[in-house]
Design a protein around this ligand. Structure first.
Ligand SMILES: NC(=O)c1ccc[n+]([C@@H]2O[C@H](COP(=O)([O-])OP(=O)(O)OC[C@H]3O[C@@H](n4cnc5c(N)ncnc54)[C@H](O)[C@@H]3O)[C@@H](O)[C@H]2O)c1
Length: 351
């Protein structure tokens, strides 16, 4: 059976999402909506999708599922309209620009009994998948501690105010590149129950939009992650995770895509080192664009989302609960920074 999917927001990300749907053998691109008709037309090109400029036109098209890739302040209204029509939703990160709004989206998905996926596509990067495989195989033993980093060089990466100016953006580096690494840390920790954070606005001085966030996350078993999200990274865009265990460590990073595995029988013993360089990805990005890598991760997310719609489990797709929790973690870091106390998170939301 073909699943009919519509895409709202046909900008940088929505265009890639639409192409993913158009090329997948099990899905049809049913409609594309953007206030900019030219953008919607470009994303629909080559497909039979209905091109729309309003939500009323868009939701009049019969569909099974919707991808929301519009500016963050629009996610709630668009997700809620889709759930009210009994459609599944895959919503771009961050799920919304406040925790309360994201909780309403999650509640609507539960009430509708439909799948809510969140676009934490970093999970699908080959280097991150490699870290996942190594950890799951027990190669480094049980996780002892984690380091995560996500950053870029700041405001010249943004093309519109909604992307970085609070309150519309919902915050700064922790809402932007940082929300991906919050999620990646949780993906390996299982969950985050306690946060100690230091959140600052000293570099770019955008009120309410932190340009640096340092934090320690802790899970219920006391396993910790050190966290740094920044808009002041001299190298430009970079995300990385390092996971340490008694038998070694594994690192995944981008850009460029690379991974490292160091193992030993016991600390201080002889080491085995494996380096992965992903030259095929480097060459493809050089010849075409880094967007080919993003597109490949969207293919993986779409496959997982379809499987969940059909009652399947597993895979790496982030859920609505993951989307809400990543925002609760930011709230906790901001609160902790103000109070200089560690903050315990509320119970994990139900989804
Ligand atoms: N997964 C990732 O790694 C990643 C990366 C960047 C952005 N994002 C997220 O993707 C979403 C879109 O970001 P982007 O970079 O593509 O932004 P963008 O500005 O390139 O595109 C947004 C599009 O939405 C359209 N739009 C605005 N208002 C609309 C409305 N009311 N209805 C329909 N369309 C509307 C705009 O005309 C524009 O074409 C955001 O939620 C952003 O946070 C995710």
């Amino acid at each position: 059976m073909t699943i009919r999917i519509g895409v709202i927001g046909a900008g940088r990300i929505g265009r890639l999402r639409a192409a993913t749907v158009h090329t997948h053998p099990q899905t049809t691109l049913a409609a594309v909506c953007d206030v900019n008709r030219g953008a919607a037309q470009a994303a629909a090109q080559g497909s039979t999708a209905v091109v729309c400029t309003t939500l009323d036109e868009f939701f009049a098209v019969p569909m099974d599922a919707v991808i929301v890739s519009s500016p963050v302040q629009m996610h709630e209204e668009q997700c809620l309209r889709a759930f009210a029509l009994g459609q599944h939703v895959l919503c771009e990160k961050p799920l919304s620009n406040s925790t309360a709004s994201a909780e309403r989206i999650l509640a609507a998905s539960v009430a509708a009994g439909k799948v809510l996926g969140v676009g934490f596509n970093l999970r699908f990067y080959p280097a991150m998948q490699y870290v996942r495989e190594v950890v799951d195989a027990g190669t480094i033993g049980p996780i002892d501690h984690i380091r995560v980093f996500g950053g870029h060089d700041g405001l010249n990466n943004f093309t519109a105010d909604w992307q970085y100016k609070a309150p519309v953006s919902g915050g700064g580096a922790m809402m932007d590149v940082g929300i991906h690494i919050t999620d990646i840390a949780r993906w390996f920790l299982g969950d985050v129950t306690d946060v100690y954070g230091v959140v600052t606005e000293n570099v770019w001085k955008v009120p309410g939009s932190e340009d640096n966030a340092m934090a320690i996350f802790r899970n219920a078993a006391g396993v910790s992650a050190t966290y740094h999200a920044t808009w002041d990274e001299w190298q430009g865009y970079e995300v990385a995770i390092e996971v340490y265990g008694p038998k070694g460590m594994v690192r995944g990073a981008y850009a460029p895509m690379q991974a490292l595995l160091i193992t030993h029988e016991k600390p201080g013993g002889p080491r085995t080192v494996v380096k992965k360089r992903y030259l095929d990805i480097a060459i493809r990005e050089k010849l075409r664009s880094w967007t080919t890598t993003t597109q490949a991760t969207f293919d993986g997310e779409l496959a997982d989302w379809l499987r969940r719609m059909q009652g399947g489990t597993g895979g790496a797709l982030a859920t609505g609960v993951d989307g809400v929790r990543s925002l609760q973690v930011r709230d906790a870091a901001v609160q902790s920074s103000a109070t200089r106390q560690a903050v315990a998170l509320p119970p994990l939301p139900v989804g």
